[in-house]
Design a protein around this ligand. Structure first.
Ligand code: DC
Length: 229
């Protein structure tokens, strides 16, 4: 069974998707991390972002693997580095290239093949897994998302003015929405959850209910239980 979760940056997808997968005993796939890894690799190899042929060649041969919660790029642990601002700011130079999207989408389909999976990103329900049994679109208002990000940064001791977060977020949303391929949009058959005013537990519960409803209504033969780690 494939459960897709798409939505804008800052809607809380990653944490909730990971928890949903753990609760169901499904595999979890963070596709944003794959785009981040290729971006980091290109920066490290000093490939010019205007040199599309070299970027494509690099993305097609780079290896991305997970070892438990660690993300390995060409064998090295990049779990922390892929979250750095320079990666976040450069990602669209990678994510806008059709051949790179094809390579990563193919890899996502190989990872999901024959498994029960919760996969999270921007284009999972629309482009990568149009046949997924359960499609969710998690969103929240721009102000709510920016406030959550602000709170996270305060907790990390790196406060940034809310207004600056809102401006950066709006730019990112626009890139994600306007991307020629793999643009952020809910699939027509997706269930949209707006998490404004909801706790992460509320959202998780709503998603769990939805998945169980799909399993029942389609009479899928799937047993859901946390996986032994
Ligand atoms: O979910 P995230 O913030 O880690 O994603 C980082 C960027 O990667 C995001 O701005 C858009 C891109 N992305 C994408 O184009 N397609 C996906 N399936 C996932 C992420």
């Amino acid at each position: 069974m494939i459960v897709t979760i798409d939505g804008p940056a800052g809607a809380g997808k990653s944490t909730i998707a990971r928890n949903l997968a753990a609760t169901l005993g499904f595999r979890f796939l963070d596709t944003g991390a794959m785009y981040r890894a290729i971006t980091l690799g290109a920066i490290r190899k000093e490939i010019e972002f205007d040199n599309q042929a070299s970027l494509i060649a690099y993305a097609q041969k780079a290896t991305i693997r997970w070892d438990q919660d660690k993300l390995l790029l060409d064998g090295g642990d990049v779990t922390e580095q892929i979250r750095s601002p320079i990666v976040t700011d450069s990602i669209r130079r990678i994510a806008d290239i059709a051949e790179i999207r094809t390579a990563l989408s193919d890899q996502q389909r190989r990872i999901a093949a024959g498994d029960n999976i919760v996969t999270e990103g921007r284009d999972q329900g629309t482009e990568v897994f149009p046949e997924a049994e359960c499609k969710l679109f998690l969103t929240a208002s721009p102000l709510e998302r920016a406030k959550r990000r602000h709170q996270q940064l305060v907790e990390l001791g790196r406060p940034i003015p809310l207004h600056d977060i809102l401006t950066t977020q709006e730019r990112r949303d626009e890139h994600d929405r306007e991307r020629p391929l793999g643009a952020l949009r809910p699939s027509e058959d997706a269930i949209t959850i707006n998490s404004d005013g909801m706790t992460a537990e509320d959202v998780l519960q709503e998603m769990l209910n939805t998945v169980h409803q799909v399993i029942e209504s389609r009479q899928l033969n799937i047993s859901t239980a946390p996986r032994a780690s």
